[in-house]
Structure formats: structure tokens, C-alpha cells
Design a protein around this ligand. Sequence first.
Ligand SMILES: Nc1ncnc2c1ncn2[C@@H]1O[C@H](COP(=O)(O)OP(=O)(O)O)[C@@H](O)[C@H]1O
Ligand SMILES: [Mg+2]
Length: 232
Amino acid sequence: MKNGSIITIESLIKSFPIGGGEFTALNGINLTFAKGEFSGIVGPSGSGKTTLLNILGSLDSPTKGHTNVLGTASDQMNPRVSAMLRKKHIGFIFQTYNLMPVYTVFENVEFPLLLLKTPAAERKKAVLEALEWVGISDKVKSKPPQLSGGESQRVAIARAMVKKPDLVLADEPTANLDAENSHHILQTMENLNKELQTTFVFATHDEKVIGYLRRIITLEDGKVVSDKNIKK
Ligand SMILES: Nc1ncnc2c1ncn2[C@@H]1O[C@H](COP(=O)(O)OP(=O)(O)O)[C@@H](O)[C@H]1O
Ligand SMILES: [Mg+2]
């Protein structure tokens, strides 16, 4: 891997079988990300943003080409390795939240720390802190079906950030948030990025998010059409 980079993507192709043929969602992607980047994949709906994020999060695998995420190459990936990588190092914010409906907000956010066997007192402190980051401390005992879309999204963000992972992958994290909550959460993420050198990769087409990014990678029809560093 290139010195200082924590993600490399080489000649990545991802195709999906559709009705006898196949559809190429990512068509020859080459990218590297350095530790501590605050970057985003932008582009119109259907351009391949979610597909790329899923591959970076080892939720899906390349059809052709290679990736290396935090020292784990796509060629070495198997379900155990990818589960370990996600458990220890990656926080994933899904477009559809993926909260567990029968558990409380507290338990949902606590879950990544249970997997890491974090001691109870430390867990409680970290969960309450993460809920404060996203401004939803008053809902600790609620369950996801009782929450609005925006509240669910904030819980999903707290769950992704609670273990202070090396890498946060965020798929349209502000899609259901009003402007005030979006800015609050983006500032929280920016602070984590600065304090802990957490690397962020967003998939977004929200101008509010784009305004915070220090690197903007534009996808069109599964190809990178521009890659710009933004001076702040
Ligand atoms: N599992 C799948 N099977 C078939 N086609 C898919 C699948 N996942 C994504 N696609 C297609 O790949 C393209 C890119 O999708 P996606 O990565 O979700 O785009 P974006 O997140 O930028 O809106 C779309 O045309 C979508 O329909
Ligand atoms: Mg998407």
C-alpha cells in the first residue's frame, strides 16, 4: 500500500447479474485514501456510491480488481475476516439505518461495544456520550419503531461512532435530518475527525454535507469523473 494511505482501490469493477445479463455498477475505479481524510463520494442517484461504500465496508466484494482497507486486502477477505474488520475498525452508517427494532436506543448504540467486550461501566459512559453527540439523550429508553426518521438516523450515527472507529463510512447520513441537526452532526463528525484522526468517507448528494468535505470525489455511471481537494 502507498505510504500513509489506509484505503487503496485498484481497477475495481463491480457487476450485478440482472435477468440473464449483468449490470456494471462500478467500472474501473482507482482511488487511495489517507488516514484522517474527511472525504465524500458524490454523484447522481444510481452512480454507484452505495455500491462503492459497501465494498469499502467489506459488506460486498469486487467482481474484478483489488481493494485494501486498513491492511486487509479484498483477496484475503472471508466472512470471519470481514466481520473482524468491521467489528474493530469500521463504523457504518446505512442509508436505511438498520437499527434493531426490539432493542432500546441505548442497547442499539451499546451493541458494537458488547461485540468488543468493553466493560459495562465504560460502555455506559461511551453510549451516553455518543447519544449526546447526536443530541438524542432524551430517547435512551425508546425503541426504533417509536422514533422519527431523523431520530433513527441520529441513533444510527451514534452507533457508528460509539467505538471511535478508525474509519466511518456514511451513506447519505443527513437524508432525513433538518438543516439544524445536519449541521450539528456534521460538526460532531468533524470534531472526531480532528481530535482522533478518524477517517470519514461519505456517500452523499446533500449540499450541506458537501460544504464540510475536504475532498470531493465525483462518480458518474460507475466512474470517477473528478477528484478535488478543497482548501479550508
Ligand atoms: N444488488 C444489485 N443488483 C442489481 N443492480 C444493483 C444492485 N445494487 C445496485 N445496483 C445498481 O447499481 C447502480 C448503482 O447503485 P447504487 O450504488 O445504489 O447507486 P447510488 O448509491 O449512487 O444511488 C444502480 O443502477 C443500481 O440499480
Ligand atoms: Mg445510495
